[in-house]
Design a protein around this ligand. Structure first.
Ligand code: CUO
Length: 736
């Protein structure tokens, strides 16, 4: 009944918004929002807006809501002025109030140790410890209203980046927030994803112009470097907003620290391996189609890092630019007292060598001096947690914190002992790390360790790969307007709304216009013959480049690492011939375009639309197909139907939003495929299968496909404004 009334009232608001005079709109909108309290799902969404700005300032696209914060939620500086402030922000505004009640919160002295304007990094153990405490507080709240109250009372006291992280982890994991759509971080902190120059221009737009007069601010595709830097050819991939949001969200769903029940998820260590392995495979695919060689692992920590990176991001939080790294920088020992972080590059080397030793011994030593066998299907999970390292590491004294502190050492190599009072670069933040070419060199190194382990596993037998009585007869890729078995890629422009992530309160929306890769939608058509009784199968679709850098066919051992997963789904197979059709939008790897570019809109909390009811975790649909070439990049598409009886996991369906299950799992359920992740390409092939053709069994099929890139730019989903303003190529940069 409440929901019905709520919807009716909000619908009335919309009617008024478009049809009535401004004064009436304010009056009715006020009444509509006047129903808000900390019990309302919208309250937490409003609270996430403009996180660097005080909660006391009005929120909402038209400043329609304001929070009334009791003294305990105000900083020591503002506390004595509490009453004055309440009147100041309440008296002459039409914004409807949301009262934050008083509540006895557990001790917050630990998370309050991080200054408000410091960058926050989950890679720094001390930061993680502080964030864990905050997450514990949010998760420990008995009711939704208490959670919102706790969030409201801490919002202006703790570091905003840490607060957003903790709130989003809690929103993802609390039972009572399952229907609240967690906004993508790009809607809340767009400064972590977009050219810093946009924000200066956005401020100008919103302070000088009315919403109807504003134009989207166009971000050029090439804003971080020129083509003189060869690595820049794949900048469109590294700097893609959707890819970076996916990476942040994945780590939000699978945090490596925090309360144990949040960290301890089914096969999380294995998923850490697989999700990142797929990122590297996709990056290599993208590099090959841009005439670059596969990425080189960063194996020797004493070597200079050849690739420089200048991110052109400004932090609204710290009012500073993100530090850059010049070419040929070297890692140095880290000694940062403020972050309670001291480690040597030799520590990283020791941990690396110990992990290799455990792999080659086939067992790892637990902290209680027992051994865990690694030579089995669960070994990769143990290894993933130990290498990352997550709180589930079996022995963090011995195997250390290799992956996380490697990220940090790279991110701080410009000022490892803090003598210049500089902070970490993009590799130190999960939301920005994938922008840097070194991310891929570091993760290729990490993946090579996992592959050492996979090389110790016995190859799959034909019995483990086959499915008696099932034959895949043919595969076809159909895409309207394109030749058969051809994918078509091109550039597309999309608008992103910035107002809720700015550090000023604008009246109405302001947009940035991004250019990103896109592909024409397509359908797989697969013919499967079932010579037995009706049964189920799992269709597994992968794609890989056909040739190596020299244009030679790839041996299977090399090519298997380049297979990118495209889709995985169960099918019913009747006796005889079956035609399976599957659209690219249904991919188990991706989330829809609409999900990536959505706004933080508190008026939409329980979307019914299928396109919106997706979790934020998932590869962006617009990046499903690598760019390819104008001539048509040759690739091979592989389809396999495996025996569902060996794949299935008996469990109830997932609750809440739909995830891109192949790389994100089902969150609080078991990973919904019993096979090792990456099957059938995660292990070396059986003797005799030295090419992919020799690897094939009747339940598999392979076809040649082409990826044809057309150098055209389409505009999609544009804000109702056609005029744009260009970002000036040479921008004055702000500094500390
Ligand atoms: Cu996702 Cu290194 O783990 O960034």
């Amino acid at each position: 009944m409440y929901l019905l009334t709520d919807r009716l009232v909000c619908r009335m608001e919309r009617v008024w918004k478009y049809g009535a005079a401004v004064g009436l709109l304010v009056f009715f909108a006020g009444n509509c929002f006047g129903q808000l309290s900390v019990n309302d799902p919208k309250a937490i969404l409003y609270m996430m807006e403009r996180p660097t700005e005080s909660l006391l300032l009005p929120k909402g696209e038209n400043s329609e809501v304001r929070f009334v914060v009791p003294p305990e939620g105000l900083s020591d500086r503002l506390k004595p002025l509490a009453e004055d402030l309440a009147n100041r922000f309440g008296a002459d505004t039409s914004a409807a109030p949301i009262e934050i009640p008083e509540l006895n919160l557990p001790d917050l002295s630990l998370p309050r140790q991080l200054p408000r304007n410091e960058p926050f990094s989950t890679f720094i153990p001390f930061h993680r410890e502080m964030a864990s405490r905050l997450i514990e507080v949010f998760m420990g709240m008995r009711t939704y209203a208490d959670f919102v109250t706790a969030a409201g009372l801490t919002r202006d006291l703790v570091n905003p980046s840490m607060w957003i992280f903790a709130v989003q982890v809690a929103l993802t994991h609390r039972n009572d927030t399952r229907n609240i759509d967690v906004p993508p971080l790009s809607a809340v902190m767009p400064d972590k994803f977009l050219d810093g120059a946009v924000f200066r221009q956005a401020r100008e737009e919103v302070t000088v112009l009315t919403p109807g007069e504003r134009a989207p601010i166009e971000i050029p595709r090439d804003y971080t470097a020129t083509d003189v830097e060869v690595e820049h050819r794949v900048a469109y991939f590294r700097e893609d907003m959707g890819i970076n949001v996916h990476h942040w969200t994945w780590h939000l769903v699978y945090p490596f620290g925090g309360p144990p029940d949040i960290v301890k998820k089914d096969r999380r260590g294995e998923l850490f391996y697989y999700m990142h392995q797929q990122i590297i495979a996709r990056y290599d695919f993208e590099r090959l189609s841009n005439n670059l060689g596969r990425v080189k692992p960063f194996n020797n920590f004493q070597d200079p890092i050849e690739e420089g990176y200048f991110p052109k991001l400004d932090s609204l939080l710290a009012s500073r630019v993100w530090p850059a790294r010049s070419a040929n920088a070297k890692l140095r020992d880290v000694n940062r007292a403020e972050q309670q972080l001291v480690f040597d590059i030799q520590d990283l080397e020791r941990w690396r060598d110990r992990i290799y030793e455990a792999i080659h011994e086939g067992r790892a030593l637990k902290s209680n001096f027992d051994y865990v066998d690694l030579n089995n299907a669960q070994g990769i999970d143990v290894l993933g947690n130990m290498l990352e390292a997550s709180a589930l590491s079996i022995n963090s004294n011995l195997y250390g914190n290799l992956h996380n502190l490697g990220h940090f050492a790279i991110s701080i190599c410009h000022d490892p002992d803090h003598r210049h009072l500089e902070t970490f670069g993009v590799m130190g933040d999960l939301a920005t790390a994938m922008r840097d070419p070194t991310f891929y060199r570091w993760h290729k190194f990490v993946d090579n360790i996992f592959q050492q382990h996979k090389a110790t596993m016995p190859p799959y037998t034909t019995q483990e790969l086959g499915y008696d009585g099932i034959a895949v007869r043919s595969i076809e890729v159909v895409s309207q307007g394109n030749p058969r078995n051809e994918f078509n890629t091109f550039w597309q422009q999309s608008d992103v709304e910035l107002s809720r992530g700015l550090d000023i309160a604008p009246q109405g929306a302001v947009y940035a216009r991004l250019t990103h890769l896109q592909h024409a939608p397509f359908t797989y058509r697969i013919q499967v013959e079932n010579s037995g009784q009706p049964r189920k199968g799992t269709v597994r679709i992968f794609m890989a480049p056909k040739f190596d850098e020299r244009g030679l066919p790839m041996p299977f051992r090399t090519q298997r690492l380049l297979f990118i997963e495209m889709d995985r789904f169960p099918v019913d197979l009747r006796k005889g011939s079956n035609t399976i059709e599957r659209n690219s939008r249904q991919s188990s790897i991706t989330i829809p375009y609409e999900r990536t570019f959505r706004r933080l809109d508190p008026t939409q909390v329980t979307p019914d639309d299928q396109e919106f009811n997706f979790c934020g975790c998932g590869w962006p649909q617009h990046m499903l197909i690598p760019k390819g070439t104008a001539a048509g990049y040759p690739a091979e598409l592989f389809v396999m139907v495996s025996n569902f009886a060996d794949d299935k996991v008996d469990q109830p369906p997932p609750r809440g939003c739909r995830a891109a299950e192949s790389i994100c799992g089902w969150f609080e359920r078991k990973y919904p495929d019993r096979r090792p992740m990456g099957y059938p390409f995660d292990r070396n092939p059986r003797p005799g299968a030295s090419s992919i053709r020799q690897f094939l069994l009747p339940n598999m099929q392979l076809i040649d496909v082409k990826i044809r890139f057309t150098d055209r730019t389409e505009l999609r989903n544009a804000a109702n404004i056609t005029q744009t303003r260009q970002n000036s190529p040479s921008r004055p940069r702000r500094s500390l």
